[in-house]
Design a protein around this ligand. Structure first.
Ligand code: UDP
Length: 419
């Protein structure tokens, strides 16, 4: 591979190294030079959510000349360090407790912590050329500190900034900072970009879209020809039809919709891969109760949080995505496509930029239990259709959702921000 765009952005980059994602700092050092911008990445979470898993390969690629500042401790730190990324943590429990919707009075008590974190980010940012803010709280804190650090600010937008997801005050703050403090914005989907454009009134070209990418080779590396052996290794039912649902357990991710669908699909098992990452423990318990009450508990398997998605996805017959609200992007959807399993996804938000109904997957109205049942029954009854969809999906991943393309586009955004 020899990409003119990447060569332009990073003049001395050895682009062939991008084909295999650098496994550690020494590999990353081999593909960066003194002309490559140094970057401080900031992310508010210590948990490996979608935004963090997007940051992981980028921070790994830039490891030799960057650092990640996390605003919370958690297992994400070890995932970064395993790639040779230098990580610092600056956490404050009151700031961490400010939630998406509840940015009301509680935040007043967090003011000292907020000021402390603004200063901590700014002090660190001064050591780098560019400040790359990967989550919304990181953006607010990093952008407010701009007079202190005076570094170009990039905000990677992973959210659909509407009243459906966020409180009014939060939207107001973000609108102001996006307009006046961000030097570069980049959104994970057209849906996220359009919501931000509508919120801020910024011109469309101010919010370019970079879709997530996946490393298809990690999926190809899992041998699923002996499906029974793979399932045995993962502790899954060996011969049943398995529908997998991947993602953190949270009401808007709609795991309850999939459990309800199981009542109409007596010989299908549901595998829920993921955990309550952001304090949604009550919902996780509720899901277990729901499965019991509906009499499907023996066919609903809670696998917990896993980090070997390719194996888990390839162990399934098909993959469900059941979010009830507009998904900002939906990494799980492109991962399922890369795994070569038919995807049944909720038709909203970023997913509409990935899935075309009955072409490379199956779209269902969000929350429509009967729609999921029909999709699963049809795909089981028509294996040729399922095969056609997965063939097209694999091609679409190879064409558009590659890790290489994703890394090239984001390294360019960083290079442009520095210039
Ligand atoms: N994921 C994971 N382990 C799990 C469940 C999910 O690593 O047990 C990953 C999943 O493979 C995907 C990410 O978490 O890469 C979720 O990203 P997505 O965009 O689907 O949702 P988000 O968490 O950003 O809302």
């Amino acid at each position: 591979m020899n990409s003119p765009e990447l060569t332009q952005a990073f003049p001395s980059v050895e682009t062939t190294a991008l084909q295999g994602f650098p496994a550690d700092a020494s590999d990353a050092a081999a593909i960066t030079t003194s002309r490559t911008p140094t970057v401080l990445f900031v992310d508010q979470s210590g948990q490996p959510g979608g935004a963090e898993l997007c940051l992981l390969p980028l921070a790994g690629l830039c490891a030799a000349r960057s650092e990640v500042l996390l605003l919370a401790e958690g297992p994400f730190r070890a995932r970064l360090e395993a790639l040779g990324v230098r990580v610092r943590v600056s956490s404050n429990t009151r700031v961490a407790a400010i939630s998406k919707q509840a940015l009301r009075l509680g935040w007043l008590r967090a003011i000292p912590g907020i000021l402390g974190q603004i200063r901590a980010i700014a002090a660190q940012a001064r050591q780098f050329d560019v400040l790359y803010l990967n989550t919304q709280k990181a953006f607010v804190l990093g952008a407010l500190g701009k007079p202190l650090h005076r570094r170009p600010v990039i905000w990677h937008v992973h959210d659909v900034m509407t009243g459906e997801h966020f409180g009014r005050m939060q939207l107001r703050i973000v609108r102001w900072l996006a307009k006046y403090a961000a030097d570069r914005l980049v959104a994970n989907s057209r849906a996220s970009a359009d919501a931000l454009i509508a919120l801020t009134g910024l011109p469309a070209q101010a919010v370019p879209v970079v879709h997530n990418g996946v490393d298809a080779s990690t999926f190809a590396a899992v041998d699923a020809t002996d499906l029974v052996a793979l399932r045995r290794r993962l502790g899954l039912p060996e011969t049943a039809c398995l529908a997998g649902l991947f993602g953190r357990l949270a009401p808007w991710k709609g795991q309850h919709i999939a459990i309800e669908a199981m009542t109409h699909l007596p010989d299908v098992h549901l595998v829920l891969v993921g955990a309550a990452l952001f304090g949604e423990d009550a919902y996780a318990l509720q899901l277990r109760d729901q499965a019991k009450q509906l009499g499907v508990a023996d066919r609903v398997h809670f696998a917990g949080l896993r980090d070997d998605m390719p194996a888990w996805m390839k162990a399934m017959n098909l993959i469900l995505h059941t979010s009830t609200e507009a998904e900002p992007f939906g990494r799980v959807v492109i991962e399922g496509m890369a795994a070569g399993r038919p995807i049944v996804a909720a038709a909203a938000g970023g997913v509409l930029e990935i899935v075309r109904h009955r072409e490379n997957g199956w779209l269902v109205k969000p929350g429509d239990v009967a729609g999921y049942v029909e999709a699963i029954e049809t795909l089981r009854a028509e294996p040729e259709l399922a095969q056609r969809l997965t063939d097209q999906a694999s091609e679409d991943v190879r064409e558009h959702f590659t890790l290489d393309r994703y890394l090239q586009q984001l390294t360019q955004v960083i290079a442009v921000a520095k210039s």
